[in-house]
Structures are given as C-alpha cells and as structure tokens.
Ligand binder design. Structure first.
Ligand SMILES: CC(C)(COP(=O)(O)OP(=O)(O)OC[C@H]1O[C@@H](n2cnc3c(N)ncnc32)[C@H](O)[C@@H]1OP(=O)(O)O)[C@@H](O)C(=O)NCCC(=O)NCCS
Length: 159
C-alpha cells in the first residue's frame, strides 16, 4: 500500500490530535498548538506539520513536526515529533516523514537538525540513526512517568 506525505491543513488537525492521543511515546500538545502550526502567521514560531496518508484510502497514518529553533546566520532546526499509527509501522512511513521534515529544515536555511528522544525508545533511536543522526550527549532523568534519560542527537543537512 503506497503512501504520500503532504503539509497538513486545518481540516487535518483533529485527526493528527486523535492519533497523538493514542500514542503514548509521542510528545503531547494541546489541539490549539497543532492548529497554530497550520496557520501561516508571520509572527508565529516557524513550524511544519506534515502528514502521511494512504494513496488508496482516506485517513492519516502518521505525522511529523519540525521547527526552526534559532534563526540568524546559522539557523538550527529541531525534529520535534514523528508518529506512525501502529498498524502502519515498519513500512518506511516514519522514515519518509522524517526525510520530509529534514527537507523542510534545509529549505528554511537550517544546516543542522537536532532532536531529543527517550533512551528507552529503541524504535525511534533506530529510525534516527538510520537517518544519520548521531548521539551528542544525554540529559539524565530528563523525562518523567516513566523516568528516563534524554538522548540528544544531531544531523548535518546540506544546504
Ligand atoms: C518511531 C516510529 C515513528 C517509526 O515509524 P515507522 O514508520 O515504523 O518506521 P520506518 O518503517 O520508517 O522505519 C525506518 C527504519 O527505522 C528503524 N526502525 C523503525 N522501527 C523499528 C523497530 N521497532 N525496531 C528496530 N528498528 C526500527 C529501522 O532501521 C527501519 O528500517 P527497516 O524497516 O528498513 O529496517 C514509530 O515506531 C512510532 O510512531 N513510534 C511511537 C511514537 C514515537 O516514539 N515517536 C518518536 C518520538 S517523537
């Protein structure tokens, strides 16, 4: 089953939020935070919300969020979230979503993309390593419920 990636629109936000709520490991934000991501307001934080959907049936199977953290001469970007519905995992959708976020970061002028991930999230760590992210450090007990270290990772993207 093929899938495609595209920028989310306002009408996709409820489905993005519903998927996020079902996936414990995802960062959890209020619905309004996702709505802000699809409203192109010049004063807003520069974020992208991308979704993955099947070619042959309606409905979202994943999403990812990227953000420009530091603007200026050397903008730094962050891959903030990537989530794939359980029934659609291990098909390459997470990887395609992350690659699309990296493309967006590059287009926004960033040359480095950072992220932080729970040290016990082996699927996400494997995905990020596969994409070329390299571990740069750890923050001990950064996460709560359950307590876990944050692994800090970074990849250089060609401009
Ligand atoms: C992490 C996550 C997004 C991966 O999505 P996915 O669509 O299953 O990943 P892909 O199929 O694109 O996998 C790409 C590569 O990542 C690695 N990988 C992904 N899941 C893996 C797993 N469970 N075990 C080992 N390696 C894994 C593999 O190298 C894989 O390549 P391969 O299938 O050719 O071996 C998905 O498991 C998920 O939504 N997890 C819950 C949310 C989460 O933890 N997000 C990250 C923190 S925001």
């Amino acid at each position: 089953m093929g899938s495609r990636i595209r920028a989310a629109r306002a009408e996709d936000v409820a489905e993005v939020f519903a998927l996020e709520c079902k996936v414990q490991e995802a960062p959890h934000w209020p619905l309004g935070a996702y709505m802000e991501m699809v409203e192109a307001r010049p004063e807003a934080v520069r974020r992208c919300l991308l979704i993955a959907e099947r070619m042959d049936k309606p409905g979202l199977v994943g999403f990812a969020v990227g953000r420009i953290v530091e603007a200026g001469d050397e903008p730094i970007a962050e891959l903030e979230s990537v989530v794939v519905a359980e029934e659609a995992r291990r098909e390459g959708i997470g990887r395609a979503l992350c690659e699309a976020v990296l493309d967006w970061c590059r287009a926004e002028g960033a040359s480095n993309v950072e992220l932080e991930v729970r040290s016990l999230n082996s699927s996400a760590l494997a995905l990020y390593r596969r994409l070329g992210f390299v571990e740069e450090g750890r923050r001990k007990d950064y996460y709560r419920a359950p307590s876990d270290d944050a692994v800090l990772m970074r990849v250089v993207v060609e401009r």
